[in-house]
Design a protein around this ligand. Structure first.
Ligand SMILES: C[S@@+](CC[C@H](N)C(=O)[O-])C[C@H]1O[C@@H](n2cnc3c(N)ncnc32)[C@H](O)[C@@H]1O
Length: 199
């Protein structure tokens, strides 16, 4: 079985478009085989976006980690006017994110990065629906290393599922962050982590 994070050019393309509305703003997203949640915006992603928009400080710079076809970063830049960068390891996802920025008239910087490998800036916000299928090491590195790429008053926003160990993840992250559970819905937990303490 091919996973959504593998770069397999042999996966046959089947470009489609999906409609998505958030806060009365309509978006169109191109999706394809070989990327995460190709038929509709994922439940956890949608909850993360809405919870973020309802509670965020509207600070300037945002990094969307594991952007997939780009939904989180595109919605944030469109609705909040925040400056957004979007990264992923999957080239097809990055290509779709470029297309979706054009389609939705946003101008985010989109580039390839294995976790934070190509990141040189620091941000006010890192936001992610992390790739559980990429394994615990990648998943936890995205969350644990985020503080190195955040400003001192920056925030890490993420979604985790109860049945995929949200409570354990929360406990592990307490070593590095203050963790706030902002929203709980149908087994999806939305967290805001702040105050990077070390390194
Ligand atoms: C759960 S999906 C979320 C996609 C999108 N943000 C959304 O919410 O629809 C996680 C994303 O992380 C990406 N990913 C997996 N491993 C990665 C890595 N090592 N570095 C960067 N991104 C990675 C996958 O390609 C996938 O697009």
């Amino acid at each position: 079985m091919e996973h959504y994070f593998t770069n397999n050019e042999n996966i046959k393309s089947n470009l489609r478009s999906i409609d998505y509305t958030v806060k009365n703003t309509s978006f169109v997203f191109y999706t394809d085989n070989g990327v995460f949640s190709k038929f509709n915006v994922d439940y956890g992603t949608n909850l993360l976006i809405n919870t973020y928009l309802d509670n965020c400080k509207k600070t300037e710079e945002v990094l969307d980690v594991g952007c997939g076809y780009g939904v989180i970063g595109i919605v944030i830049s469109k609705i909040n006017g925040q400056k957004v960068e979007q990264i992923d390891i999957n080239k097809r996802a990055l290509h779709l994110t470029e297309m979706n920025n054009k389609e939705n008239k946003t101008n985010n910087k989109v580039y390839e990065s294995n976790i934070y490998e190509n990141i040189t800036s620091i941000y006010d916000v890192i936001i992610t629906n992390p790739p559980i299928r990429a394994g615990k090491k990648v998943y936890m590195t995205i969350l644990k290393e985020a503080h190195k790429h955040l400003k001192p008053d920056g925030e890490l926003w993420f979604v985790a599922r109860k049945d995929q160990g949200a409570k354990t993840i929360e406990k592990e992250l307490r070593e590095k962050y203050n963790i706030n559970l902002i929203k709980k819905q149908r087994g999806y937990y939305i967290y805001k982590a702040d105050f990077a303490l070390t390194n």
